[in-house]
Design a protein around this ligand. Structure first.
Ligand SMILES: Nc1ncnc2c1ncn2[C@@H]1O[C@H](COP(=O)(O)OP(=O)(O)OP(=O)(O)O)[C@@H](O)[C@H]1O
Length: 455
């Protein structure tokens, strides 16, 4: 499908992906100045009434449940050619499947994700709905002021509990679906979702989905040192006999929460596990740190965001960055033209997606930092056109830092962009930074500036 310009008032930015029945687009609501995801039923299914019905049913359930832990549907409409579409919350951080593929998750983070997924499924169960297709690729992630939150998505197979207890066609994804789901006509209840929660838990903890049922290998045999209660919970959720599973998503989630809160939960994850960057980049980081003498230190708390400090010894500068953005690291990235012609050395980028940092139409959140000799006029240092439109300029006077920031609260539909040029008394050097974030938070930019250090 070629890229349409708009769906109604929503201006299309790019395609996010396609599934079996639909294509999902990133679009911008220019009226409310907010990004949205738009799911459009594929042409070949648009005239099949049962598929259309299922598509609209998914939208209705998501609209009615309206939960923090589920993708929200804001609107539905029909294109002139008859294809229905739904306008949803945009999950800007990919899926849990992407996250698991990047490397082993710290145990506490895996349990946090599991608790949030369980809460989303509990909302569905309370609404009288069984999801029937819970799997890591159907759990999306969105940036939030406290880091990241889970959005359970893709209710294309969801059924009301009453309907599912009668005749139900086989549906689900092998590896994650309960044994009863593979039997056409098998009557289902919420415990089918509990099985899938167990399968997702297994993958979050061990990095791989469970074997076909009956599952005999406990997660602790793949990842030693897990609390025995966690092994027991996951294996019981994956029981072939559903009488042996936790009764519903709430029971499962309460037990995950209790395990997470236990004082003896192993918490001391080494820092390289916390970064979870793609292994390709982890190698680059390790060698860059050796060559440049850089040090990546543990996170420190700040209200609403967990920050981590990255130091680039070659330029003698340390920067704090929200931990949730510290996925990719590029220690020698060229500055944009204005800073380069003012004499900037190559700088250091810590971001969610280093490959797309310079392309401001594609979301990538993080901090780019470089230094320039002298304390020149600062407006010549900042790039004036990384984004469309005129930036809002503001003065900066934070701790010892003085200078200016130029904000584009909505940069080409991909979030907020801020250029910062600051210097500190006694140092004949200017620091130039770029901060890209999903939503415009000048307070977070200020926190990052306050964390700058020469050393
Ligand atoms: N609200 C959203 N925000 C961001 N990306 C989304 C959103 N909804 C779906 N996507 C992405 O769009 C792509 C297509 O999603 P869709 O739900 O149509 O299919 P799928 O889950 O990949 O496949 P299938 O429906 O066949 O299981 C996926 O890559 C998904 O991660």
């Amino acid at each position: 499908m070629s890229q349409p310009e708009a769906f109604g008032r929503y201006r299309v930015i790019r395609r996010l992906g396609s599934g079996s029945f639909a294509t999902v687009w990133l679009a911008q609501d220019d009226l409310l100045n907010y990004p949205v995801a738009i799911k459009v039923l594929a042409e070949n299914w648009a005239h099949q009434m049962d598929i259309q019905h299922r598509f609209l049913e998914e939208a209705r359930i998501l609209r009615q449940t309206d939960s923090t832990w589920l993708v929200a549907v804001h609107d539905v409409d029909v294109l002139p050619d008859g294809r229905p579409y739904m306008v949803m919350t945009y999950a800007d951080q990919g899926s849990v499947s992407d996250l698991v593929n990047r490397g082993q998750l710290p145990l506490d983070e895996a349990l946090r994700l599991l608790t949030e997924i369980g809460q989303g499924i509990t909302v569905l169960h309370n609404h009288g709905t069984i999801h029937r297709d819970i799997k890591p690729s159907n759990v999306l992630l969105q940036s939030s002021p406290v880091g990241q939150r889970v959005l359970v998505a893709d209710l294309g197979f969801a059924k009301s509990i009453d309907e599912a207890s009668g005749f139900t066609a086989a549906a689900g994804t092998p590896g994650y679906m309960s044994p009863e789901q593979s039997i056409p006509g098998g009557d289902l209840d919420v415990r089918s979702d509990v099985y899938s929660l167990g399968a997702v838990a297994y993958e979050l903890i061990t990095g791989r989905p469970p074997s076909r049922p009956p599952v005999r290998i406990a997660p602790g045999r793949i990842r030693p040192g897990l609390p025995p209660a966690l092994d027991d919970l996951i294996l019981s959720a994956l029981s072939v006999d559903r009488e042996s599973r936790p009764a519903d998503a709430k029971t499962f989630t309460d037990r995950v929460r209790a395990i997470r809160m236990a004082p003896d939960l192993p918490r001391a994850d080494p820092w390289w596990q916390r970064y979870r960057m793609p292994w390709r980049r982890a190698g680059v980081l390790a060698s860059a740190l050796i060559v440049l003498g850089g040090v990546l230190t543990a996170s420190v708390g700040t209200p609403g965001q967990s920050l981590t400090t990255v130091r680039l010894a070659s330029q003698g500068v340390s920067v704090t960055v929200p931990l949730v953005w510290a996925k990719d690291f590029h220690p020698t990235m060229a500055a944009r033209p204005a800073a380069t012609s003012a004499g900037a050395a190559t700088g250091m980028l810590v971001a969610t997606d280093a490959d797309h940092w310079d392309d401001t139409e594609v979301p990538s959140y993080g901090v780019y930092t470089t230094v320039l000799p002298g304390t020149r006029p600062l407006d010549g240092v900042a790039d004036t056109d990384p984004c469309e439109g005129t930036p809002q300029e503001r003065g900066i006077a934070l701790n010892d830092w003085e200078g200016s920031a130029w904000d584009w609260p909505d940069c080409n539909g991909s979030g907020a962009f801020t250029s910062v040029a600051v210097h500190t008394e006694g140092e004949p050097t200017t620091v130039y930074m770029e901060v890209r974030q999903p939503h415009h938070r000048p307070d977070l930019v200020d926190e990052i500036v306050k964390g700058l250090r020469f050393s």
